[in-house]
Design a protein around this ligand. Structure first.
Ligand code: ADP
Ligand code: MG
Length: 488
């Protein structure tokens, strides 16, 4: 009996080890360490492999980022009938008896009151519902009831969109559009802003609200790149007319990041016709863009003039209160609590991009959850330092020289002197190499600032460093370490 048990025990570990070996080869080491090392295989029964993950957040992260990889490896090891089950440890874990919660797959993660292990059928035969591509847009003509996958993301709702001075106009115009799609003056409605300020979120919110108000209306969210690719495919496959017809049947068309259409004359042309048709028939068009219409370059004037027919509303960076409210909403939605001082610290330090602020929040949660640390101000500070430095600090040639000189314990003057001592020459070459890599300076200007050399010397230095990296492991290790110092 004991032996059988031993065997069974071995089996799940063996299978998981094999999965892990494949996964390791397919993702960066750091990600592997963060997201896969903490997983403990628990059992294998009826082709269901159960793995234990440290938290709900952890599970969601795996689902969001590694689902395809997991699917593939499970399929490889267990065949198409293989399934994966997650067991999630609740806060205050007790390893003898981990509390677990159930997560419904594939959509939302509702908590199950029974606290049973999570059954997650990994559907290995069909694609899961998560890939948000339009299945086949060209099936429609002749069909009475058109079924279009709207591609809307449920969580990007109005409920989750925090109102502030920064977005009041766009938000209320969006709300009005959703109450009366195609029938307000806001047609088209163009939402513009810098990245990470909520254009995509608001566009989805409008789409979702239309679906709420008018379930029969056909709403389609499409990224401009997707639109362009579909158009190109349709030309290649000789069904360009089907493509146009499909889009002409939509009641509310949301085209995200319309700036990508710039310079694409054929796509603009076809969009112009679709636009006219929809507009004439009182169908709603919603566009987002990273610039106001006047600044959109490479856009045909006739199309641009159409964009100006309706309302162009911008989203501004949110003020501190709104940033705090956004973070709090997000925490609340995820059922997480965090000390106020940490939330405020985050909101205070990341000011221009909501996506980055959310990114920092996720990093803190990940750190806390993985290392079972409390979420403290100190932890937040460490994370923010990484985040903010990473994203905003400009690396200058001076800085590069300083880091390299510190690393080798030589003085910056030496690097810029005429000396031909081997270590100094090599440090100088590294400085040139990193300046080329991390700054926008020309070769000539790098040469000038690194010991008054010409551009050919810089080019030679870059080649030498590259060659040495291929042949000399020790050298390569130095380069990698310096690179890390430069970036963090
Ligand atoms: P954009 O399309 O402008 O680059 P997104 O719509 O992708 O920006 O927004 C970036 C992130 O910020 C998303 O996760 C989004 O949910 C969040 N966000 C932006 N604005 C708000 C807001 N007003 N309330 C809540 N979350 C917001
Ligand atoms: Mg966007």
């Amino acid at each position: 009996m004991k032996e059988v048990y031993q065997q069974m025990k071995k089996k799940h570990e063996e299978i998981w080890d094999k999965c892990v070996a494949v996964i390791k080869d397919n993702i960066p080491y750091q990600s592997f360490k963060t997201w896969f090392e903490p997983i403990v295989p628990i059992r294998l029964e009826n082709n269901i492999l159960t793995i234990q993950v440290p938290s709900q957040f952890f599970y969601e992260w795996l689902e969001e980022h590694y689902i395809h990889l997991l699917k593939k490896t499970i399929k490889k090891e267990l065949g198409t009938a293989g399934r994966l089950e997650y067991s999630i440890i609740m806060e205050k874990p007790s390893y003898e008896n981990p509390n677990t919660i159930t997560v419904n797959y594939p959509t939302t993660n509702k908590k199950n009151v029974d606290n049973k292990p999570v059954i997650m059928p990994l559907d290995l035969t069909n694609g899961n519902g998560k890939t948000r591509e339009i299945p086949n847009p060209f099936i429609i003509p002749g069909l009475k009831k058109l079924k279009v996958e709207s591609q809307l993301v449920e969580s990007y709702s109005f409920d989750n969109f925090v109102e502030g001075d920064c977005n009041r106009l766009a938000r209320s115009a969006g709300w009005a559009v959703a109450e009366n799609p195609g029938k307000t003056a806001f047609n088209p409605m163009l939402i513009y802003s810098n990245v990470g300020l909520g254009k995509t979120h608001l566009a989805h919110a409008i789409g979702l609200q239309v679906k709420n108000n008018f379930p029969d209306k056909i709403v389609l969210y499409v990224q401009t790149e997707q639109f362009i690719n579909q158009y190109i495919d349709s030309v290649r496959n000789n069904n360009h007319n089907d493509f146009v017809h499909f889009y002409q049947m939509i009641d509310v068309l949301i085209l995200d990041d319309v700036q990508f259409i710039a310079g694409k004359e054929k796509t603009q042309d076809v969009f112009f016709h679709i636009f006219n048709h929809l507009h004439q028939n009182n169908k709603q068009i919603i566009l987002t863009s990273d610039k106001p219409p006047v600044e959109l370059k490479g856009m045909e004037p006739r199309l641009l003039s159409r964009f100006k027919w309706g309302l162009a509303a911008d989203l501004q960076p949110p003020d501190l209160e709104t940033r705090i409210a956004i973070l709090q909403k997000k925490l609340y939605a995820d059922g997480i609590t965090m000390p106020n001082e940490v939330v405020e610290y985050l909101a205070y330090n990341i000011t221009t991009n909501i996506r980055e602020m959310e990114g920092a929040l996720i990093s803190i949660l990940a750190q806390a959850s993985l290392n079972k640390k409390a979420i403290t101000l100190d932890l937040a500070k460490q994370m923010i330092d990484k985040f903010v430095k990473n994203t905003t600090r400009e690396i200058s040639i001076d800085y590069i020289q300083k880091v390299i000189c510190d690393y080798f314990g030589i003085s910056v003057d030496l690097i810029n002197s005429k000396t031909r001592k081997r270590e100094i020459v090599q440090a100088r070459q590294m400085a040139m190499f990193f300046s080329k890599k991390h700054t926008k300076n020309s070769l000539a200007s790098i040469g000038l600032q690194c010991g008054n050399k010409d551009h050919a010397t810089v080019l030679h230095a870059c080649r030498t460093v590259n060659n040495l990296m291929e042949t000399d492991r020790q050298f390569k290790a130095h380069i990698e370490e310096i690179d890390k110092k430069l970036r963090f």
